[in-house]
Design a protein around this ligand. Structure first.
Ligand code: ADP
Length: 560
């Protein structure tokens, strides 16, 4: 803008200087012409007086013709040229129609300025009628005047150049002074500026727009904070992609699950999710169809769910949800292996039952073997019943998590009842049972908690040695209650320890065959503990095994 103002001012100053120079030149020339006309008139009057009083008019005319005058002409009353100082009279045409001649004949003297046909230049004429009717005319060309006017041009040009330079300097100063207050305007606080009144509406408008932008920025910031707060708290990864599959936003969970860096925003999806199917699934979403892609990374099972973002009927981007489906995946796998195990576990006793029954039915068994076979059938059927019972318990636990009625349960009484029930079994195995500790009340489902106590005590009796002891202890803790079931049996082999809570797992296969069991007891116990928010752990050595269950006082205090 500064340059434009400067250039305009300079052009204006130059134009003014040029116009002034031209006007000065024209005025000077005009004044010179007027002066020349007056001088010609005076010379004509003197020449006429001289001619009239001359002793020899012809000599006088010649003398006048030799003088400074450009031309002297004597014209008869009828217009015939009688004498001319510049051309032979014989070649001269009639001059009666010349304006100055006609005027002189009419009024006594006449003037005219025109281009002379004889002199071929602009000429001032002055004619005087003499007493005998002839007209004496003198003429001066403007050549001298024009020459002298042109001689002033260099000086005028010098003046114009000086004016130009001064104008340039002035224009520069003026431009700086004009622009300085505008440049000094603080665009954030335009009303504080002291500038021209003409700019006031603009500055007010600017101020209003600033305030509007501030408001919109605040709103945007608030929404961004809200969005960040929501997405950063999510367990699911959330990524928003634009039409070119470049990341617009990516929350913390998505960065963690996809092992993407902090600077993922602005990079293409392909940079941190290399698998070709991911690109294909994203492209499918861009084409308008939601898509899902499952894959495993670093032992985590991930599900990528792509959904198209539609704006005004067109797909403008893609929302990508990154879900950790490891638990779901593991549950699905365990459900499959559980079904396979159940089938196997049920088939084994059923096959033996069928075998023994068929031998008896078709008389293949010797009479003395029949009671033994019947006992086997009974045992296998009992095992089947126990299995079905445990499977039912587990599936009830799997299904019934949401609809459980918790109530205050006094554990000491529950332990005492369990011990009373197991007393005969323990003495049959030559194992002593004891309970110590103090009453503790926790919130729970009584039948389930009874299942935990009974199962742990039953195992401690079953897997004990003759003459062994089982000690049940109940201690109130800050969080709720601690239940320990300790035995002095042979313990669990170190290799088996990581597996004892798995469904259908039975350590020490050869011994397990002698000891009745389904391999589901501890799975059920663990399940119930999870439902109650309780933790269960054990320590085992060849000197014995101790199971410890920490129960929270109420469901709200449950730990993970
Ligand atoms: P089971 O029906 O075989 O008793 P559980 O799930 O209750 O099934 O136990 C799984 C395995 O853990 C048992 O087969 C046994 O080998 C081992 N076990 C459980 N409790 C004890 C214990 N107190 N002492 C030694 N081994 C134990």
């Amino acid at each position: 803008m500064k340059q434009r103002i400067f250039r305009r001012m300079l052009a204006l100053a130059t134009l003014v200087a040029l116009l002034t120079g031209t006007a000065m030149f024209a005025l000077r020339w005009r004044a010179g012409l007027d002066e020349l006309a007056e001088q010609t008139s005076r010379q004509a009057a003197i020449a006429a007086a001289g001619y009239l009083h001359a002793a020899d008019p012809a000599v006088c005319l010649d003398a006048l013709g030799q003088s400074d005058l450009s031309r002297v002409t004597l014209i008869a009353a009828d217009g015939t040229v009688l004498y001319d100082s510049n051309a032979p009279v014989s070649q001269m045409e009639n001059h009666a129609d010349r304006p100055e001649v006609r005027e002189a004949q009419r009024t006594g003297n006449g003037q005219a300025v025109r281009i002379s046909a004889t002199l071929q230049s602009l000429t001032c004429y002055s004619a005087i009628r003499l007493p005998d009717g002839t007209v004496l005319r003198v003429a001066n060309t403007t050549d001298l005047l024009t020459r002298s006017a042109f001689e002033t041009i260099p000086a005028m040009l010098a003046v114009i150049i000086v004016i130009f330079l001064l104008s340039a300097l002035l224009a520069d100063r003026l431009t700086v002074r004009l622009v300085r207050p505008i440049n000094a305007i603080d665009l954030q606080n335009p009303l504080a500026a002291v500038v021209y009144d003409e700019l006031s509406p603009l500055l007010h408008r600017l101020d209003a727009q600033n305030r509007q932008i501030d408001r919109q920025m605040d709103e945007l910031r608030r929404k961004q904070i809200e969005f960040d707060a929501i997405t950063s708290g999510m367990d699911e990864g959330l990524i928003v992609l634009d039409e070119r599959l470049t990341v617009l936003t990516c929350n913390r969970a998505a960065r963690r699950l996809l092992a993407a860096g902090e600077t993922v925003v602005g990079t293409p999806l392909a940079v941190f999710a290399h698998e070709p199917p991911i690109g294909q699934a994203a492209a499918q979403a861009l084409a308008g169809d939601a898509s899902v892609y499952d894959f495993a990374r670093d032992g985590i099972q991930l599900r990528l769910s792509f959904s198209p973002v539609r704006v005004d009927g067109g797909v403008r981007g893609v929302v990508l949800l990154v879900l950790d489906v490891s638990a779901q995946f593991a549950a699905e796998q365990s459900r499959r292996s559980f079904t396979a195990n159940v089938t196997h576990e049920l088939k084994t006793p059923l096959t033996s039952v069928l075998g023994y029954a068929e031998m008896i039915r078709y008389g293949l068994a010797r009479p003395e073997d029949v009671p033994g076979f019947a006992a086997r059938i009974h045992d296998e059927a009992a095992r089947l019943l126990a299995l079905v019972d445990d499977i039912m318990k587990l599936s009830r636990l799997d299904e019934g998590r949401g609809s459980l009625d918790f109530e205050p349960v006094e554990l000491y009484t529950l332990c005492q009842a369990a011990i009373d029930r197991l007393e005969s079994k323990a003495s049959a195995q030559n194992v002593t049972l004891s309970l110590s500790g103090a009453p503790c009340t926790v919130s729970g489902v009584p039948v389930m908690l009874d299942e935990v106590i009974t199962n742990l005590c039953d195992n401690a009796i079953k897997y004990n040695r003759p003459g062994g002891a089982v000690r049940l202890t109940l201690t109130p803790t800050d969080a709720g209650a601690r239940l320990t079931v300790a035995d002095n049996g042979p313990g669990i082999a170190p290799a088996a320890q990581p597996h004892i809570f798995e469904r259908f797992y039975r350590a020490d296969a050869s011994r397990s065959r002698e000891v009745p069991g389904t391999g589901l007891g501890l799975s059920i116990v663990k399940h119930i503990c999870e439902i109650h928010g309780a933790s269960i752990r054990f320590e085992s050595s060849p000197a014995g095994t101790t199971f410890t269950v920490d129960l929270p006082a109420s469901p709200g205090d449950r730990h993970g």
